[in-house]
Design a protein around this ligand. Structure first.
Ligand SMILES: Nc1nc2c(c(=O)[nH]1)N[C@H]1C(S)=C(S)[C@@H](COP(=O)(O)O)O[C@H]1N2
Ligand SMILES: [Mo]
Length: 413
């Protein structure tokens, strides 16, 4: 019944939240106002810990299995490492798997034996609940796409650095994003096998990693319309190799253009529902809360448009001519244009280089004659949907979606 507005999850969220609160009102006897207050309270206690696995990491329990040398990554506590843009090879469109950022809620990438692993597809939204083996999945028609995965919290540190207000959570710069080539099967093919019912409204992949505190297993529903898109995949390979354990071996979700959390790693179950589904990962977390937002927050769906220079942050350069390299990306379409300012007033078009895939990124370059002194470089992208990076963004307490133009400080000597 919601089908016609499922494409726009933000609109649908309104209905979904409404129904959810209505169900909760009936089962708990609490008022809507009380329920919203409880959500906000749970949120407060959750957020205090920031990245909650930091303690474990300090105790020596390494969370991430692939090497994370400081030349390639900035550690962000626990199982969280951001990619360094400054050492990304300018000529590579893809981020190799050894450089790809890692974001784990629990520091417990489960050691999964793919011979005993099963994907359970079940729920009232399917006629024939089923279990698939790894081999069953490999035997389905495969699809390869190039897309980014970006954490909703990417750029969070810039709320403090640039707008003077620190948000809760890991203080990422801009490297919690990466573009890879993903191979897997269409989620729609798997749902067809399970006899998807016309009444199905939501699909919720559930991760096999440990429970994230009181929030339980990492899981996030998305509407059936998104589930049925051609590039929404159950992925088993990244850049032509089986997924690394850190990136969700044996199978993870790829939900193109959407916030990182939608791309559930180590998927063990797909719950297909004929009723709206909720999880703390789209009610308490991954919503915009704060003075500029309604009390129940605003759902996150697509990543907005952003840009980064392939320079250290901040950078030091010698005087003279430089080719500045960078990348821009958007969750709402390919990039239309990128403008760069080196003086805070004038904008010049950067030259777009090579591939410009939707929900991936485009590389760009521009010549700069650097004179000694302090400078602020700024890059501003516009995507084909017409979305342009603003000068600042309203604060939200959890620091998601910082997509304002970034002031990149450079000292020229
Ligand atoms: N099971 C599970 N899936 C998960 C997460 C997690 O902690 N557990 N983190 C999510 C978040 S917040 C992001 S940004 C991406 C990061 O994917 P990556 O670590 O492969 O870069 O995975 C998502 N999928
Ligand atoms: Mo994330």
């Amino acid at each position: 019944m919601f089908r016609n507005h499922l494409k726009n999850e933000a609109e649908y969220d309104h209905d979904r939240m409404d129904r959810y609160l209505w169900q909760r009102e009936r089962t708990t006897g609490l008022s809507r106002r009380q329920l919203i207050k409880m959500m906000a309270a749970a949120l407060g206690s959750a957020a205090v810990g920031g990245f909650l696995c930091t303690k474990q990491a300090r105790a020596g329990g390494g969370c991430v299995q692939k090497p994370t040398p400081p030349e390639l990554f900035i550690p962000q506590g626990g199982g969280n490492y951001e990619m360094r843009f400054d050492v990304l090879p300018h000529h590579d469109y893809l981020v190799s798997s050894d450089r790809f950022f890692v974001r784990d809620h629990t520091c417990t990438p489960p050691p999964i034996d793919e011979t005993t692993w099963r994907l359970r597809v079940h729920g009232a939204g399917v006629e024939n609940p089923l279990e698939l083996t790894y081999d069953d999945i490999l035997a389905l028609p495969s699809v390869t796409v190039t897309r980014f995965i970006e954490c909703a919290g990417n750029g969070r540190s810039l709320f403090a650095i640039q707008q003077g207000r620190m948000a809760q959570g890991g203080q990422w710069l801009l490297g919690a994003v990466g573009v890879a080539e993903w191979t897997g099967v269409r989620l729609s093919d798997v749902l067809d096998l399970a006899g998807l019912k016309s009444q199905a409204v939501d699909v919720m992949p559930i991760g096999l990693d440990a429970k994230f505190q009181a929030f339980g297993h990492v899981r996030r529903p998305f509407p059936i319309e998104k589930a049925l898109e051609d590039d929404t995949l159950l992925v088993y390979a990244m850049n032509g190799q089986p997924l690394l354990n850190d990136h969700g071996f044996p199978v993870r979700m790829l939900v193109p253009g959407w916030v990182g959390i939608a791309n559930i790693k180590w998927v063990g179950q797909l719950l297909v529902s004929h009723k709206p589904l909720m999880s703390p990962f789209n009610t308490n977390l991954y919503r915009l809360f704060g003075d500029d937002y309604p009390p129940e927050g605003v759902l996150l769906t697509n990543q907005p448009v952003k840009s980064a220079f392939e320079l250290p942050f901040p950078a030091q350069l010698g005087a003279g001519r430089h080719v500045l390299h960078g990348r821009s990306w958007s969750g709402t379409g390919p990039i239309q244009q990128v403008e760069v300012s080196v003086d805070g007033h004038h904008w010049k078009q950067a030259e777009l280089v090579g591939a410009n895939e939707p929900e991936a990124w485009v590389r760009w370059k521009i010549l700069w004659n650097a004179t000694p002194g302090k400078h602020v470089l700024r890059a501003r992208a516009t995507d084909q949907a017409g979305l342009t990076q603003p000068d600042d963004v309203p604060f939200n307490t959890l620091g998601y979606l910082f997509w304002a133009v970034v002031n990149h400080h450079v000292t020229v000597v």
